[in-house]
Design a protein around this ligand. Structure first.
Ligand SMILES: Nc1ncnc2c1ncn2[C@@H]1O[C@H](COP(=O)(O)OP(=O)(O)OP(=O)(O)O)[C@@H](O)[C@H]1O
Length: 248
């Protein structure tokens, strides 16, 4: 069994038209069971890379493997190997958490019984049991983030992609989400995370990659990078490697 969750080899990608970034002969590996954080300034290409790794964007050259399987030509099988918690809410606002989980659970190939037990379990863990049948549109931002998370993990994926999973939440929800993610990782889930919340990232990630203009500027254990660059936190490391200029 391949010990890698993700293997990107010589991958090139460019958006149609004249945009500021393109990936050129890009390489990256993420080991199984890793808590991997991808960081970089606005517009560095983090979301683009997430979308390439999940097959949402087709790349032009090279290869991307997820748990040893090529993405190209295998979209359906690959999509069962991961959950994706996108930056934007990805559920039906007019449906309740239970109805959303029923829909997305069926979409991921779970049977009725599996959906029922996972829904009860997840809504309990994520503090949504009391509102399981209420329309999501009336929920607070923190509750909506938890619904987004429940949907992404309903099928118990071995890899979880998280694109800014805690934007706009209060301290309690952030704490609960991070603890839940750490628990998933203890049970073997590979976490691939990106965020601008660097103190949160220090709690969550053991391995980090910093990217700028679609190129890796550093990739190692967080503790090794801090030592190497004589920094005591991710924010200092980030500024020392990507500079202090504004990005668009
Ligand atoms: N669908 C698209 N079509 C054309 N260009 C795009 C598209 N999506 C993103 N871009 C461009 O690609 C670049 C990288 O965007 P991306 O969203 O990947 O960056 P990011 O690192 O996630 O930024 P942020 O931290 O602001 O979320 C930006 O210049 C953006 O304008």
């Amino acid at each position: 069994m391949d010990p890698l969750a993700i293997k990107i080899q010589d991958m090139s990608f460019k958006y149609d038209g004249d945009t500021s970034i393109s990936y050129t002969h890009f390489n990256l590996t993420i080991a199984k069971g890793e808590r991997f954080g991808l960081f970089g300034p606005n517009g560095a290409g983090k979301t683009t890379l997430m979308n390439l790794m999940t097959g949402l964007l087709p790349f032009n050259e090279g290869s991307i493997e997820v748990l040893g399987q090529q993405i190209k030509g295998n979209h359906k099988q690959i999509s069962k190997l991961f959950g994706f918690i996108p930056q934007d809410f990805s559920f039906y606002q007019e449906l309740s958490p239970a109805e959303n989980l029923q829909f997305f659970g069926a979409w991921s190939g779970l049977n009725k019984q599996q959906i029922k037990s996972r829904t009860t379990e997840l809504l309990e863990i994520l503090g949504l049991a009391d509102v399981r049948d209420k329309p999501v549109q009336h929920f607070s931002g923190g509750m909506k983030r938890r619904v987004n998370l429940a949907i992404g993990v309903i099928h118990n994926p071995p890899i979880l992609f998280l694109d800014e999973p805690t934007v706009g939440v209060d301290v309690q929800t952030r704490h609960a989400i991070i603890n839940y993610l750490l628990e998933l990782n203890k049970n073997g889930t590979t976490l691939i995370y990106t965020s601008h919340q660097l103190s949160e990232a220090e709690d969550l990630c053991q391995k980090v990659a910093l990217i700028d203009e679609a190129k890796i500027v550093a990739h190692d254990d967080l503790s090794a990078l801090l030592l190497e660059h004589e920094q005591d936190g991710l924010e200092g490391l980030f500024l020392s490697l990507t500079g202090k200029d504004y990005r668009n």
